[in-house]
Design a binder for this molecule. Sequence first.
Ligand code: CO
Length: 132
Amino acid sequence: MTVKIDHLGVAVKSLAAAKGIYEKLGLAVSAEETVEHERVKLVMVPVGESRIELLEATSDDSTIAKFIAKRGEGLHHVCLRVPNLEAAVEKLKKDGVRLVSEEIKRGAGGHRYIFVHPASAGGVLLELVEGH
Ligand code: CO
């Protein structure tokens, strides 16, 4: 029943350019995946037990495009892996924690996720996924 850092999400203008530093460090960068409903494409870079997720917008109305327009490239979210996502979300809702969306969504590779609003997480956008 441990919570771990699943990945750190980084908003970038170009996956091709941004992944270079990780390749130079000898890390294996995944193939590109697209998440249509979030209007992003991404690569994952495994680093030890965790990963770095590089996110590039596929459209100007993508949250990643808006983030970069406002704040520039950089750390976009921190993702925690929890043992039971439903139970965690239920507890957060009961405690009045602000979520970005009310329902759990499905992302790249079919994993389920939800975002906690930065207003409830010390200014950090917090993604939650399920796993051990
Ligand atoms: Co993420």
